[in-house]
Every structure is written in structure tokens, then in C-alpha cells.
Design a protein around this ligand. Structure first.
Ligand SMILES: [Zn+2]
Length: 333
């Protein structure tokens, strides 16, 4: 899934860049592009429409605001067109810019230019963008200051302009941990869905299914907190993992556990990384065991799940610290 997100980023931020920077993309086309990307992200095929677990407007937020960092096409289009806006107002030495100045702005400054009916769509869009920046910044002087900030070396950097145009929400506290480089990407992804409360546990499917029983213990109804912490089967796994990591704290919800872990697993040393890796890994393998039981009818003993988690955690840590010898030190003193 994350591989697909990376692929979408490379296309949207790369190849398509050329078109986005010379053309104001019509709403219909933009919607179609978004739809293809959305389908591809959730189903693996651009033409197959699978109900997304997370809304596209959330997916296209940066990771620190809870998204996957795929760019918002509308804002990215504006950021790229800003490059042309910059070239015009800076009277950049190019034939096209000189032509624009001679034809359209021979008697009027770019900042005072008013659109005419017969102007090209690109010029109209540039002037509309100019007005949007002026309106947000409060005056032409402030708009010029803002533009200069996007061009620290005399060349407009669309990445900086994108920050201005993109939708934003408050930063969230857990992203840093979820997307930590030491955590296996597919584990990050499940943890991300879990923290956004988008994993489809049975309580969320009440309208479609009758049996809401937890597939692991078959004793209580399944919801996020039950499945990941309170379930008696999972409880055994956590007990072993926590004693392995030297953690004594009780954990009841994913959000609270992550909040605590962020403080607990500070720093870049071995124990901090090991705790992050193992926590995300445990959440992931609980989810996998649950799905195996539902969709494949396979029952995995908690001991087997635990072993899987430990093997994965060791593998990850050896790839980060090749010289690490578990028997040589007391891990979590
Ligand atoms: Zn259960």
C-alpha cells in the first residue's frame, strides 16, 4: 500500500509536473486524476473502485498532519503555476515572459494588470493566483514579500509555494512515531490506520454483519481496544512483549499507548528503536492473526504470534545494528 503511495507521489510530483506547471487543470480533469490515484492506492488498479479506508483529502495531507504526504493536486497546480507568475513579475529573461510584457503589460505593471476576456487561460489563472496571494497577505507589498520567500535563490521553489496553497490541519502528536524510519513500512501503515480509527473491526460493520464476536477469543465483541489490548489472547502476547522490552505500564488504547511510547522511546539509540519497532510489529501481527482467522480460518496460537513478532523485531534491529549481540548486554537497563 505504501509502495503504491510512493508511486503516486513520483507520478504526481514528477512526470505530471510538466502539465501542471503550464496549464491550469480544469476541475473535471483534476477530479479524474484524483479518482485514478485513489483507486490505485486502495485497490492496486486505477480502474477498480474500492471503498477507501481514509478520505482522499486526508491522504493528501503531509504525514505530520496525519496524511500520507501525497500532494493535493489543486494546490500543487497552483504552486507550479506560481513559478510562471514569479518569472513574469521578476521580468525573467525568457522570450515568453518578454512577449507577455510587450503584448499585455506594456503600459501597466504586472501587479496592477487586469484580466481581459480574450486573455489566455494561463494568464487568467496567473492573475487569479496573484489576487489570491494579495488577498491572503493583505496588500501587494506583503504579497511581494511572500513571493520573495518562495524564491530564496532567485528561482521560485514550488515546494515552498505549495505550503502556502495546500489545505492544512493541526499537527498530530503520533506521526513522528508512526513513520519513524526504523519501523517496517507496512507496520507503519497498519498503525496509521489504527490511530485514525479506520481499521474495520467488527463494531464498525454492525450494519452489514450479525456476528460481532472477536475472532481471536470468541468471548467478547470486537472493537479496537478489545482487539489490540483487552482480548485475553492478545493480553498474553503483550505481557510477554512488555517484559521483553522492560515495560511495566498498562496499555488500554492505541492512542494512549503511542502517546506514552513517544516519551518512553526518545532518542536514537538501540533501546528507543527496539521499542518502536517491536510495538508497531506487535500491532501489525495482531491484525494479521485476526484477519487470518476471519478470512482463512487459520488459528494461530499466541505463542506462535509472539515468536513471529520477536523474529521480525530481531531482524529489523540486526539490519540497523549489525554488530548487536543480544546475549552480550542487558538490553533495556
Ligand atoms: Zn478477543
Amino acid at each position: 500500500m505504501l509502495g503504491r503511495a510512493e508511486l503516486i507521489k513520483s507520478v504526481l510530483h514528477g512526470v505530471e509536473c510538466y502539465w501542471l506547471s503550464i496549464l491550469p487543470i480544469p476541475v473535471g480533469v483534476r477530479e479524474k486524476v484524483n479518482q485514478l490515484c485513489r483507486n490505485f492506492l486502495w485497490s492496486g488498479k486505477a480502474t477498480v473502485n474500492k471503498k477507501p479506508l481514509v478520505a482522499w483529502k486526508e491522504v493528501t495531507l503531509p504525514k505530520h498532519e496525519g496524511g500520507l504526504g501525497i500532494r493535493n493536486t489543486k494546490a500543487w497546480n497552483k504552486a507550479l503555476i506560481s513559478k510562471t507568475l514569479w518569472d513574469i513579475q521578476a521580468k525573467k529573461d525568457s522570450l515568453w515572459v518578454q512577449w507577455i510584457h510587450q503584448i499585455y503589460m506594456s503600459h501597466v505593471n504586472f501587479w496592477d494588470y487586469k484580466n481581459r476576456h480574450e486573455d489566455s487561460p494561463l494568464l487568467k489563472q496567473i492573475v487569479a493566483l496573484r489576487d489570491e496571494i494579495i488577498e491572503t497577505e493583505g496588500s501587494i507589498e506583503n504579497a511581494i514579500l511572500r513571493l520573495n520567500q518562495w524564491a530564496p535563490n532567485g528561482q521560485l521553489q514550488s515546494r515552498l509555494a505549495y505550503e502556502f496553497f495546500r489545505p492544512r490541519i493541526a499537527k498530530n502528536a503520533w506521526s513522528k512515531l508512526v513513520w519513524h524510519s526504523s519501523i517496517t513500512p507496512k507496520h507503519s501503515f497498519i498503525l496509521w490506520l489504527g490511530l485514525k480509527d479506520r481499521l474495520r473491526t467488527r463494531d464498525k460493520l454492525q450494519d452489514f454483519i450479525e456476528d460481532l464476536t472477536c475472532p481471536l477469543c470468541m468471548a467478547e465483541n470486537e472493537n479496537m481496544d478489545h482487539l489490540f489490548f483487552r482480548c485475553q489472547e492478545v493480553y498474553q502476547i503483550w505481557a510477554s512483549i512488555k517484559s521483553w522490552l522492560g515495560i511495566s505500564r498498562a496499555m488500554h488504547t492505541l492512542k494512549a499507548a503511542v502517546k506514552w511510547l513517544i516519551k518512553e522511546a526518545r532518542g536514537t539509540g538501540f533501546p528507543a528503536k527496539f521499542k518502536k519497532i517491536t510495538f508497531a510489529c506487535t500491532v501489525y501481527y495482531i491484525w494479521v492473526a485476526r484477519n487470518k482467522r476471519i478470512f482463512e480460518g487459520k488459528i494461530e496460537h499466541p505463542e506462535a504470534i509472539l515468536r513471529r513478532i520477536q523474529i521480525h523485531a530481531y531482524r529489523s534491529i540486526f539490519s540497523l545494528f549489525p554488530d548487536f549481540r543480544p546475549e552480550a548486554c542487558n538490553l533495556f537497563d
